[in-house]
Ligand binder design. Structure first.
Ligand SMILES: [Zn+2]
Length: 100
């Protein structure tokens, strides 16, 4: 069964699984999204996206900054969201390790 080469999720676990040109290689929509956020945070500007929806990746980069600030505030006194924070950090470290 084909799964995402980055996160290992199977087709049934994600919304989209994009097949690569090499047999058995695929990436899921979640990993593509994380990669785009990472690239935007590094100042990458995408070519025109022709899907009928305007996507401002600089805006996504600012959204990440906002999320980071929110987490730093919440982290001060909330053990309840430790799991969420940990999941975010693990996900971000994973994506960062795959970056350019
Ligand atoms: Zn994935």
């Amino acid at each position: 069964m084909i799964s995402c080469l980055f996160c290992g999720k199977a087709k049934a676990e994600v919304t989209h699984l994009i097949m690569g040109l090499t047999e058995g290689v695929a990436i899921c929509d979640e990993c593509v999204g994380q990669a785009l956020i990472l690239l935007a945070s590094k100042g990458w500007v995408p070519p025109t996206i022709r899907i009928g929806v305007s996507v401002d990746l600089a805006e996504i980069g600012r959204l990440k900054e906002a999320v980071d600030k929110l987490l730093s505030v919440v982290n001060r006194d909330a053990h309840a969201i430790e799991g969420v924070t940990e999941a975010y950090e693990i996900a971000w470290a994973f994506v960062s390790s795959k970056g350019p």
